[in-house]
Design a protein around this ligand. Structure first.
Ligand code: NAG
Ligand code: NAG
Ligand code: NAG
Ligand code: NAG
Ligand code: NAG
Ligand code: NAG
Length: 502
């Protein structure tokens, strides 16, 4: 699981340099088609999706074009202000923003809205027009056929109040366009769900134009409010820096922005003003793959089946990133007198956190749940403890342990039929005709570190407040044992004792 631990090497020797040049030349030759590598083509699927009554559509062929013209000669997409948002701003936006941040008249969501308003842009996609046209009985058969050929089968059902949410940087544009193309092909060109893009810096015009051209859906671009992406005043920046220095050998161990991201995804994104009307969200990250056609609406599935959280990959967390998260969570469970039929999924026989978590880079979840008072209390408690900065708590274990405490087993759904890859972890059910799984890639489902077998075999039973007491006793014993070993864990634990309990 530990990827990308890049070692600094000395400057390349002439031999390495030569190899590099030859390799580069070869790649150029291959990509410009001069070397006769035959591009592998996937076998053309002939079977139709299992339930043809849902809608009629054609599998995208290799020369399939995006519905909106994505070539250079298209008109520039029009970016407009969102209805109900401020439209006039002073020329000096930095001063404007500082002024809003400094304001004592504004607070909470209203302040966030004012702060980010100058950077919020919206593009209205063609989706509404196309849907109208297809419903209009006067639309000719030819026009309908043309739409079908473009891959747009306009949606005739009732959408959920849902959106894709993409936290992304400008430099990740190309990685995202590739992902977006798959998501559109596999699912959204038929459903037209809107996208909301968030960034800790303003989006470039190029970014907004390219994205808007790649879908007929609405797209909205926003900014993360400053206080969702900064250290709270109870964190000592110097201590946080030292904590990061100590985590050199942990992936993203020294990164501050990674920590901001984890904290944002744990406790803030669902309060973003652009998501105020959104009930279900689907998190999409750049550079992920979607391998299966999704011939139904997962949002509606979630809504109609009373699901509040979902995943495709479940795996074990790196313990070094969350040395005290379990202890703190137990303390919270004790104070809140938690009973749950999902928590035992996360606990090993010896009463410790088994490190299993749903991998949140794919996540379809209810924002109403994340906005609930109990979830918010858990996040605020964790945030006060400072572990997002003093350790490297990820939003995935935080979401998962929260699900363990607050959700029932049957409110969490495993989307087996959504083939997905993030980094080197892939879930792809090759037995499904709707999936085109890459041949050279193993599905992670049964691998070491995967928690899917545990999930599939999990028989819910109820965790009671007494179990919490017992687990805390075990954790204390474990702490005593561990205190004999000079480890990072103990460094962190000393810090925990310093901060005390809530
Ligand atoms: C796409 O562009 C072509 C010419 O480049 C034009 O004929 C066609 O109408 C355009 N389609 C859309 C949907 O704008
Ligand atoms: C912020 O407010 C304080 C007092 O209200 C004022 O002295 C200061 O100049 C303000 N700063 C900015 C950037 O507006
Ligand atoms: C698209 O955005 C417009 C506002 O620009 C809104 O009226 C419309 O309902 C949205 N359509 C969809 C399908 O989200
Ligand atoms: C369809 O066409 C007929 C005849 O031209 C017209 O009377 C009717 O209003 C049209 N229907 C719609 C929905 O535009
Ligand atoms: C804790 O929860 C149990 C049931 O799970 C209940 O019987 C008990 O009264 C609760 N205690 C407090 C202090 O809320
Ligand atoms: C929980 O522990 C208390 C005190 O030790 C005990 O009285 C009670 O019966 C236990 N409850 C359950 C459900 O085991």
């Amino acid at each position: 699981m530990r990827t990308g631990v890049i070692k600094r090497t000395a400057l390349p020797s002439p031999v390495l340099l030569l190899i590099g040049i030859v390799y580069f030349a070869l790649m150029v030759a291959i990509y410009s088609g001069r070397v006769g590598t035959k591009r592998e083509t996937r076998p053309q699927e002939t079977s139709e999706p299992s339930d043809p009554s849902v809608f009629q559509w054609k599998r995208p062929s290799s020369d399939y074009q995006m519905p909106a013209n994505s070539t250079e000669d298209t008109e520039t997409p029009e970016l407009v202000r969102l209805e109900g948002w401020p439209t006039e701003f002073p020329a000096d936006l930095d001063t404007y923003r500082a002024g809003v941040l400094n304001s004592t008249l504004l607070s909470g969501a209203a302040k966030h809205r004012m702060e980010i308003a100058p950077w919020v842009w919206h593009h209205r996609g063609l989706a509404d027009v196309l849907e109208q046209k297809s419903l209009d009985p006067n639309t000719s058969i030819d026009a309908l056929e043309e739409m079908a050929q473009k891959g747009i089968v306009p949606y005739r059902g009732t959408r959920a109040r849902a959106a894709f949410v993409v936290l992304i940087r400008n430099r990740e544009l190309n990685d995202f366009l590739r992902t977006m193309r798959q998501l559109e092909d596999r699912f959204n060109r038929r459903y037209h769900y809107p996208y909301v893009f968030l960034n800790d810096e303003p989006f470039t015009t190029e970014f907004m134009h390219m994205v808007a051209q790649s879908t007929v859906s609405n797209v909205t671009f926003g900014l993360v409010p400053t206080d969702h992406w900064s250290m709270p005043e109870w964190i000592d920046p110097q201590k946080a820096l030292e904590a990061r220095e100590q985590m050199r050998d942990v992936i993203y161990g020294t990164s501050l922005s990674y920590r901001h991201m984890c904290r944002f995804n744990s406790g803030f994104f669902y309060h973003h003003p652009l998501l105020a009307d959104v009930e279900f969200y689907w998190r999409v990250e750049p550079n992920v793959d979607f391998y299966c056609d999704i011939p139904y609406d997962p949002f509606v599935f979630m809504r109609d089946n009373n699901k509040l959280y979902s995943f495709v990959i479940a795996l074990r967390e790196l313990e070094a990133t969350i040395p005290t998260l379990w202890d703190h969570t137990l303390e919270f469970m004790r104070a809140e007198n938690i009973s749950s039929d999902l928590m035992p999924f996360f606990v090993s026989r010896s009463g410790e956190y088994n490190l299993c978590h749903f991998w949140s880079n794919f996540e379809i979840a209810s924002l109403a749940w994340l906005r609930s008072a109990e979830y918010q209390r858990y996040f605020d408690y964790l945030d006060r403890l400072g572990g997002f900065f003093m350790e490297r708590w990820g939003d995935a274990p935080v979401h998962s342990l929260a699900a363990g405490m607050f959700l029932k087993r049957e409110q969490v759904h495993f989307f087996n039929d959504i083939g997905y890859r993030h980094e080197e972890f892939t879930h792809c059910p090759s037995s499904l005709a709707a999936c085109q799984c890459p041949k050279n890639v193993e599905t992670f489902d049964d691998s070491r570190g995967s928690c899917l077998p545990r999930w599939l075999g999990y028989e819910p039973f109820v965790w009671t407040p007494n179990d919490t007491v017992e687990a805390q006793r075990l954790a204390r014993e474990e702490r005593l044992r561990a205190s004999k070993q000079p480890m990072l864990v103990n460094e962190r634990r000393r810090w925990y004792d310093f901060f005390g309990r809530f």
